[in-house]
Design a protein around this ligand. Structure first.
Ligand code: HEC
Length: 230
């Protein structure tokens, strides 16, 4: 209380005769901040060590090394950690240079679930959820990709799908930066699921499961049997 009174008294001209306590207080605060700022500048503003130091900026030339470059080249054959890609199938979809219809690891149910999730994220905008190539971006004018259900792509080896995702294909850009290699294989496996779903016969369904199919198709049109079956 004493403090604010004092401030008001100090600057009577600004706040009138009796003074406006609130304005005076905020002015006092402003003055304090300004003072602290000046002190901070004086204390730290002139410290140059570490700020000014001998160093080369990227691509800056030098006469220290014979080749005139300030950067050094990595030792020939250097491989960054995690970048050693010796497994040809895993990283190219090929074996001895030939695209193959194989997966580099056994595909489990969990891999298919992950493949579906990644496919839905990255591929459906153009290829749509069933793979017919009528995704939302295509409906807005992007070139239409072929359906996964045409004979040529049903016959295409799994490695082809991996390769398309890795390198891009025609109008489609590469997904290598967004989808890591193992996930590309999981997506390729899920595309196989989509293809099978469109082209399967009743014989492909295990006998024990067939009952469920007919049950469902009987229930769907009417929707009335739902309550009864529970
Ligand atoms: C932005 C749209 C777009 C997205 C997203 C997209 N594609 Fe494509 N895709 C295309 C187009 C367009 C083509 C046809 C390219 C051409 O023939 O020039 C194509 C072609 C393909 C083909 C067929 C190649 C062939 O042999 O004809 C495959 C397989 C494929 N894409 C897989 C994928 C997968 C898997 C993803 C997700 C990781 C994906 N695409 C994401 C646009 C897209």
């Amino acid at each position: 209380m004493e403090y604010s009174k004092l401030r008001t008294d100090l600057i009577p001209g600004v706040f009138g005769a009796r003074g406006n306590t609130r304005s005076a207080r905020s002015l006092a605060r402003g003055v304090t901040v300004a003072c602290l700022g000046t002190v901070a500048l004086l204390l730290f503003g002139c410290r140059l060590d570490m700020h000014v130091q001998p160093k080369y900026l990227p691509y800056e030339p030098t006469d220290f090394f014979a080749d005139g470059r300030s950067e050094r080249q990595p030792v020939p054959g250097t491989v960054a950690r995690g970048q050693l890609r010796l497994d040809e199938l895993m990283f190219t979809g090929r074996e001895n240079g030939v695209v193959v219809d194989k997966f580099p690891f056994p595909i489990t149910r969990a891999d298919l679930d992950r493949g579906r999730e990644r496919y839905n994220v990255y591929c459906t905008p153009c290829h749509d959820y069933t793979g017919t190539g009528r995704g939302m971006i295509v409906q807005r004018g992007f070139p239409q990709p072929p359906s996964y259900h045409i004979q040529r792509l049903r016959d295409a080896p799994a490695g082809h799908f991996y390769e398309v995702m890795t390198n891009g294909f025609g109008a489609m850009y590469s997904y290598a930066a967004r989808v890591e290699p193992a996930d590309r294989w999981r997506i390729a496996a899920y595309i196989r699921v989509l293809q099978l779903a469109r082209n399967s016969k009743i014989d492909d369904v295990p006998e024990s499961e067939r009952g469920k199919l007919t049950q469902q198709s009987a229930q769907q049109p009417s929707g009335q049997s739902m309550g009864q079956s529970r």
